[in-house]
Design a protein around this ligand. Sequence first.
Ligand SMILES: Cc1cc2nc3c(=O)[nH]c(=O)nc-3n(C[C@H](O)[C@H](O)[C@H](O)COP(=O)(O)OP(=O)(O)OC[C@H]3O[C@@H](n4cnc5c(N)ncnc54)[C@H](O)[C@@H]3O)c2cc1C
Length: 341
Amino acid sequence: MKKIYDLLIIGGGPAGLSAGVYAGRAKLKTIILEKGTGGGQAATTSEIANYPGIRHISGPRLVEEMKLQNEDFGVEFAKADVTGVDFSGEVKVVKTLGGDYHARAVIIATGASPRTLGFPGEEEFTGRGVAYCSTCDGEFFEGLEVFVIGAGYAAAEEAIFLTRFATKVTIIARESSFSCAPSIVDKVMANDKIEVKFNTEILGVHGDGMIQSARFINNVTKEEFEYKAKEEDNTFGVFVFIGYEPKTEIFKGHIEMDDAGYILTDDDMKTNVNGVYAAGDLRPKSLRQIITAVSDGAIAATDAGKYIEEEKDRLGIKDEPEVEKPAKKNRPLSQQARALY
Ligand SMILES: Cc1cc2nc3c(=O)[nH]c(=O)nc-3n(C[C@H](O)[C@H](O)[C@H](O)COP(=O)(O)OP(=O)(O)OC[C@H]3O[C@@H](n4cnc5c(N)ncnc54)[C@H](O)[C@@H]3O)c2cc1C
């Protein structure tokens, strides 16, 4: 007989892990499917300094604590890459290479990621000068120069925000003008700390440990130039703001999305399909952070709990008492996460 979970969560980043805590605590039979090592984008950053109540913590440690909290509440984990779904029936089917999973409700929490440009050094120096989020990393560039790559709304807004920390912000715009509202362009142009180089592209970044130089090209004159870190600074920042990519491809045709592929929900994180929720960075929103992702996850799991209870009442389903699994209370952190704290 197939096992039917109350709740299945796709994605073990902050949104999925927060949903797991709320679902587990509400005694829902819950499983989280995660294709990678877990923790999502948050696990890729060495320092988080903006999660209220925790002054400094590494990303891996924060998400490991969230995972242990899930285990404390009896939530199951499986390493599985979700390749397809069937949400048409009252029992939802989630397909993976290792077989199908079944659940009464599903929370999609597969996240989004900042688009990358692919210039030489971009991957190597990510977290060591190359950044994608000024709210997360802006303060690390206090007193340094930064370059902002992009000419859309995000690039313009973030460039202004970065002037709070940086001594100078140079916007590198591939086109000959900005592609955002004139009101924000006017603010950029009026800011003494911002210089704009139109028709310019980044060719690569170089350095020893941190970024020490970057090469650029004017795509009209084909003239190349190099920027070197000032001696007293020894480094500078390159912030790339060319948009986000939601990880929602496999849900196309199953769930309502906007043109950019973000999953549409109401305030309770309900999608247009009964019993299917979406939480975290894959929703249209103005702030993609851990705190907004965990908030979504908590709301989604709470509403899913009500939906599951109503469904079971409607179908006259009485849960068999499960063989009591010992909760892994107070399991210690892994050595890896402890070392990163
Ligand atoms: C370098 C960096 C630094 C950051 N720093 C901060 C910071 O300091 N403070 C802050 O608040 N925010 C920070 N953020 C933003 C924050 O990490 C994200 O907003 C948050 O992680 C979003 O959580 P999420 O759960 O919605 O998505 P994600 O974190 O993207 O997690 C999604 C998870 O779903 C999994 N998944 C995707 N597809 C599938 C599939 N088909 N099957 C199974 N699993 C799947 C992924 O492997 C991933 O683990 C940072 C982001 C980055 C990239």
